[in-house]
Design a protein around this ligand. Structure first.
Ligand code: ADP
Ligand code: MG
Length: 382
């Protein structure tokens, strides 16, 4: 058998490094993964994001070779790898529970796979030293896992995963075992290491902040399907459906229909107000749609909105509604207001507390105007 690193030829730059083609995994009558297709470029950190049970791990396990697809293709550098056993693939997977060997030192944990491959001793020593350097754990080489912090253990696991120089690194909820503060630090640390090594990476997470922080692109999954693929900002600013809009961050959704459909603008009528949208949409007059506006894109004030404050005069009378502050949450850096609009809908408005007393004058029971810009409205047709 060829050495794993020789199985795969060097990819050309224009073909995606990893190509997943209509991959399906069925358990009994459940489609855990349902016709997923996606491309990952060399050097990318691609995040599969979705809630528990949506099929993320199953997809990752098929890439690793621990699960056989029901149908579909997985091409790595142009070669179909579906028929290859896990150890024949130039791929390494790091699990949520790092599964470090408790009785082995950090050094031996990192060297484990190299030893199993009978790597010559001198080469192995050099490789482990490189890995210790990479994850900045040189002084800890002789320690056992239980003598390390959670973040350090996580870095040992990463070093072990990278020691054999895989071409594709798979991370399943890599920071799941760490507490919130440490997670944030470690996210950036992980990105630094992955980029330094230049390894292509597919990671799985249910944490949208983690995906946004770490990934070059994100695939949002639900019920075995990928709903949208894009850079973090694309997915946040222009979600393609209600599920994605709601799953990533917080959003206000208004149900309505298209009243005016022009190439450069549309008007959507909803129970709360008329929305002027300063771009065309793929839709037709009369069509049922949802309007999505992010809480931080909304302004809130007790005084009327001046025409001169609007993005354009075309928006005067649109994109605004009156209501009463029903609840507010002061979070230090920002305040979230829950405003019950006169039509009955409750919207969330966040206000950044850039100046210390900027929002101090607003409180419970205040009657306010909430308004937003036509360029910040996203129209969702599904
Ligand atoms: N070995 C298995 N046998 C049967 N059903 C499975 C198996 N593995 C996963 N599933 C099911 O497939 C679906 C997706 O699971 P999984 O990929 O683990 O989701 P996620 O990682 O997104 O939480 C779930 O409904 C799960 O119960
Ligand atoms: Mg999982």
């Amino acid at each position: 058998m060829a050495h794993p690193n020789q199985v795969i030829s060097t990819p050309t730059t224009d073909t995606p490094f990893l190509q997943i083609r209509r991959i399906v995994k069925k358990f009994d009558d459940v489609f855990a993964v349902d016709e997923v297709s996606l491309d990952v470029r060399q050097g990318e950190i691609f995040a599969l994001l979705g809630s528990s049970g949506c099929g993320k791990s199953t997809l990752l396990r098929m890439l690793a070779g621990f699960e056989v697809p029901t149908s579909g293709q997985i091409l790595l550098a142009g070669q179909d790898i579906v028929g290859l056993a896990p150890y024949e693939r130039p791929i390494n997977m790091m699990f949520q529970s790092y599964a470090l060997f408790p009785h082995l030192t950090v050094w031996d944990n990192i060297a484990f796979g190299l030893r199993r491959d009978h790597m010559p001793k001198a080469e192995m020593q050099e490789r482990v030293a490189q890995m210790l350097d990479l994850v900045q754990l040189k002084p800890y080489a002789k320690r056992k896992p239980h003598q390390l912090s959670g973040g350090q253990q996580q870095r040992v696991a990463l070093a072990r995963s990278l020691a054999k120089r895989p071409k594709l690194l798979l991370l399943d909820e890599p920071l799941g075992a760490l507490d919130a503060k440490l997670r944030q630090q470690t996210q950036l640390e992980l990105v630094r290491i992955i980029e330094q090594v230049g390894v292509t990476c597919v990671m799985v997470t249910h944490d949208q902040e983690e995906a946004m922080t770490m990934a070059t692109r994100i695939g949002v999954m639900s019920e075995g399907k990928i709903l949208q693929i894009g850079q973090p900002a694309d997915i946040y600013e222009t979600p393609n459906c209600r599920f994605v809009a709601d799953f990533i961050g917080s959003v206000n959704l208004f149900k309505g229909h298209v009243e005016v459909d022009e190439p450069d603008h549309v008007v959507i009528a909803t129970a709360e107000c008329k929305h002027y949208v300063s771009h065309g949409i793929t839709g037709t007059a009369g069509m049922d749609v949802h309007v999505a506006v992010r809480p931080e894109k909304m302004s809130i004030q007790t005084t009327p909105v001046l025409d001169s404050e609007r993005e354009s005069l075309a928006e005067v009378g649109y994109n605004m509604a009156q209501g009463v502050i029903e609840d507010l949450a002061y979070l230090g850096s920002l305040t979230t207001y829950h405003v019950k609009l006169d039509g009955g809908t409750v919207v969330k408005v966040t206000h950044t507390n850039a100046a210390r007393h900027s929002a101090a004058q607003l409180t419970w029971g205040d009657r306010v105007t909430v308004w937003w810009c036509g360029s910040d409205v996203v129209v969702l047709t599904r």
